[in-house]
Design a protein around this ligand. Structure first.
Ligand code: ARG
Length: 589
C-alpha cells in the first residue's frame, strides 16, 4: 500500500503546482502540535523567499486549492504561513480497510530486494558470552527479521571469533592438564579421537584459568602464542584440538542463542578468512597500498574531508601475524565470492568504530568491493548496571546469559502472579516469553548507539514503555476478540471499518496508518528503536480508545463489527512489529 504520508504529500504537491509553485516546497510532516492538527506543511515559508511573497498568502492560495480534496477534513492556513491538516475520517477509514485487506497489513515487500549480510552475534569460541554479545544478538536479529519482512534476501552470519590467542591458551593449558593426550605425543601416528577431550563445563573453566595464567607466567604466555601460530600454520594435532573446541563451544552457543530466539544462517568465523589472507596482503602490496611501518605492514586510510587524522590500518604485525582487520578483509573477499552482498551490516559495540572505518576504507581502496558498496557499522553503546558501570554480576564477574535470562523470567513471573489471572503453571510458562520481551524491548527501545541502564524492575513493569506493557496490550485485544466470538447477535454483514466516531478512535487509526512507513524507516535507518517508539504510541492510542469504548456491550452491531475489525488490525500490526523485533506475545498474562 502507498504510505499515507506519500498520499498526503501528493495532494499537497498538486496544490502547490496548481498555484504555480515548485512542488518541492510541498513537504508534509506529522504535526508537532497534535492539539491543532494531524499533519502540517511549512513549505510556504521557504517558498515565500523564492517567490518574494508573504508566506501566509502562499499558504492561503494552496489551502484554497485543497478545499475540495477528499483526503482532508480541514485545511487551514495559519500565521505566519503554516498549513495545518486534518484527515477526512472516511478517507482514513478506507485506508484502514485497505490495511486490513492487504497482506502484512499493507506493508509491502520491496520490488528491488537486496542481498544483505548481517554480521552479528560475534561470539568468541570458548570465551563466555558477555552482555555486548547479547546486545549484538538482539539488535542483529531484529535487523535481519526486519529486512526479511520487507522482502530482502538477508543472511545472518554469527562470525565467530575462532582464530585468536584463546586457542593457543586453551591448547597449552590442556597440555599442562592432560599431557597424556595423543595431541601432545610427537611420535603419535594414529587417528585422533572423535570425542572431544573436554566437556563444555571444563572448557569454560580452562579458558579463564589459562588466560589468568598467561598474565603472570611469561613462559606460558609465549607457549600460548607459539601454539596459536602453529595452529594457524596448520599443525595437525592442534587443528584437531581446535576442531573439538569449535564443536563443543558451538553446540553450547547454539543453545544460548536459541534461548534468545536468535538464529544464524551461517556459522562462519574468523578462521574462514584464513585462506584469503596471503593473497589479500600481496594484492595490497602490489597495488602500492600497503607499506612497512615500524616492522608492520599498514595501509593509509585518510580521506579528504576527514576532520581528524585517522591511524592507518595494520594488516600484518611485525611478527608476521595477521590481525582482526586482516581477517575482516579476508571475510569480505570470501563474501564477495560466495554471496555478493549489496549491503554489509556489522553489529558490534562502538569501541570497534575505528576498526570498521579502517576495514571499509581499505576494502574500497583496494577494490575488494565496489566504491559505492553499502557498508554499515551499526554500533551500540554499553549496557550498564544501575551504578552506571558496565553490567556485571553481584560478585563483579561476567554475567552469564542463562543467569540473566532466568533472573528476568523470575521477575516477570512475580509480576504475572501479582495479577493473578492465570494459574501458577501457566504463569511459569508465560514468564519466559514475557521475560524475553522485557529484555529485548528494554534493549531495542534505546537508540542503539547510546549506553543504557539495565533496570530489571523497570523492564518487567506492565506500565510505561516496556515489553510487558506492549504484550499486555496485545493480550488484552486477544481477550476482547475471544469475547466477541461468544457474542450471539453479531453483525452478519460484510465487516467494514467505519469512519471514527470519537477522537480516540481516530487517533488510533492515525497511528495505524503510519505503520508501513515506520517499518521502512526502521530498516533503512537501522533503527529498531523507532519501531519500539511507534509500538508504544500505537499501544497507548489503543488503550485510550479501549478506555472509553464499550465494545462488547455496543448495541449498534455494525459499529461493533467495525471496532472488532479495527482492533484486530491493531493486534496484527502490533504482532508484526514485535515479530520483527524478535519478540512474541503469549495468549494470556
Ligand atoms: N568477535 C568479535 C568480538 O567479540 C566480534 C565480531 C564482529 N564481526 C566482525 N566481522 N568483526 O568483539
Amino acid at each position: 500500500m502507498k504510505k499515507i504520508l506519500d498520499l498526503i504529500t501528493a495532494e499537497m504537491k498538486a496544490a502547490f503546482a496548481n498555484c504555480g509553485y515548485d512542488e518541492a516546497y510541498a513537504k508534509v510532516t506529522l504535526s508537532n502540535r497534535p492539539d491543532l492538527c494531524e499533519y502540517q506543511c511549512n513549505g510556504a515559508m521557504a517558498a515565500a523567499k523564492a517567490y518574494k511573497k508573504k508566506p501566509f498568502d502562499i499558504a492561503s492560495e494552496v489551502v484554497e486549492k485543497l478545499a475540495a480534496s477528499h483526503v482532508f477534513a480541514a485545511v487551514d492556513a495559519v500565521m505566519p504561513g503554516f498549513i495545518n491538516l486534518k484527515l477526512n475520517s472516511d478517507y482514513l477509514a478506507d485506508y484502514m480497510n485497505g490495511m486490513a485487506d492487504e497482506e502484512q497489513c499493507g506493508c509491502e515487500r520491496t520490488e528491488n530486494p537486496m542481498t544483505i549480510v548481517v554480521d552479528y552475534g560475534g561470539a568468541n569460541v570458548a570465551k563466555p558470552l558477555h552482555v555486548g554479545h547479547l546486545r549484538s544478538a538482539i539488535i542483529g536479529e531484529s535487523i535481519k527479521r526486519l529486512g526479511r519482512f520487507l522482502g530482502h534476501h538477508v543472511i545472518g552470519d554469527v562470525h565467530l571469533g575462532d582464530w585468536g590467542l584463546q586457542m593457543g591458551l586453551i591448547i597449552e593449558e590442556l597440555k599442562d592438564r592432560k599431557p597424556e593426550l595423543p595431541y601432545f605425543d610427537e611420535s603419535y601416528e594414529g587417528e585422533y579421537p572423535k570425542e572431544a577431550p573436554f566437556t563444555i563445563g571444563e572448557l569454560e573453566e580452562i579458558y579463564p584459568a589459562a588466560s589468568a595464567k598467561a598474565k603472570s607466567d611469561e613462559e606460558f604466555s609465549t607457549r600460548a602464542h607459539n601454539a596459536t601460530l602453529k595452529l594457524q600454520n596448520g599443525f595437525k594435532p592442534y587443528r584437531a584440538i581446535w576442531q573439538h573446541i569449535i564443536e563443543v563451544s558451538v553446540s553450547d552457543l547454539k543453545k544460548n542463542y536459541g534461548n534468545l530466539n536468535v538464529s544464524f544462517d551461517l556459522w562462519k568465523g574468523e578462521s574462514d578468512a584464513e585462506p584469503y589472507i596471503a593473497g589479500l596482503i600481496k594484492e595490497l602490496e602490489d597495488k602500492g597500498l600497503a607499506y612497512e611501518s615500524q616492522g608492520a605492514l599498514v595501509v593509509d586510510i585518510g580521506e579528504e574531508g576527514d576532520n581528524k587524522e585517522l591511524p592507518p590500518c595494520i594488516v600484518r604485525k611485525s611478527d608476521g601475524a595477521a590481525l582482526y582487520s586482516t581477517s575482516d578483509l579476508g571475510t569480505i573477499i570470501e563474501r564477495e565470492k560466495d554471496i555478493k552482498p549489496d549491503w554489509y551490516i556489522y553489529i558490534t559495540d562502538k569501541r570497534q568504530e575505528l576498526h570498521f572505518v579502517q576495514v571499509f576504507r581499505v576494502a574500497k581502496k583496494a577494490g575488494f568491493v565496489s566504491q559505492d558498496k553499502k557498508m554499515s557499522h551499526l554500533c551500540f553503546g554499553t549496557m550498564n548496571g544501575k551504578d552506571g558501570k558496565p553490567f556485571k554480576t553481584r560478585d563483579g564477574g561476567v554475567m552469564r546469559l542463562e543467569t540473566l535470562i532466568s533472573d528476568i523470567s523470575q521477575a516477570a513471573y512475580e509480576k504475572i502472579m501479582e495479577n493473578r489471572t492465570v494459574s501458577e503453571k501457566e504463569a511459569e510458562e508465560t514468564s519466559k516469553i514475557v521475560g524475553m520481551a522485557a529484555l529485548k524491548y528494554g534493549d531495542l527501545s534505546n537508540q542503539a548507539s547510546k549506553d543504557y541502564v539495565f533496570d530489571m524492575d523497570r523492564f518487567v513493569s506492565f506500565e510505561g514503555n516496556t515489553g510487558p506493557y506492549i504484550l499486555y496490550t496485545i493480550v488484552r485485544i486477544k481477550s476482547i476478540l475471544a469475547k466477541y466470538q461468544g457474542v450471539e447477535d453479531k453483525y452478519q454483514g460484510e465487516e467494514q471499518i467505519l469512519a471514527a466516531a470519537t477522537d480516540a478512535e481516530k487517533d488510533l487509526m492515525l497511528q495505524l496508518s503510519r505503520y508501513n512507513e515506520i517499518m521502512e524507516t526502521g530498516f533503512t535507518e537501522l533503527a529498531p528503536h523507532k519501531i519500539c517508539q511507534y509500538i508504544y504510541e500505537l499501544a497507548n492510542a489503543f488503550n485510550r480508545f479501549y478506555h472509553d469504548t464499550k465494545i462488547i456491550s455496543e448495541e449498534d452491531k455494525k459499529r461493533q463489527a467495525s471496532w472488532i475489525r479495527l482492533i484486530r488490525l491493531t493486534k496484527d500490526v502490533l504482532n508484526a512489529c514485535i515479530g520483527v523485533l524478535g519478540i512474541e506475545a503469549p495468549e494470556r498474562m
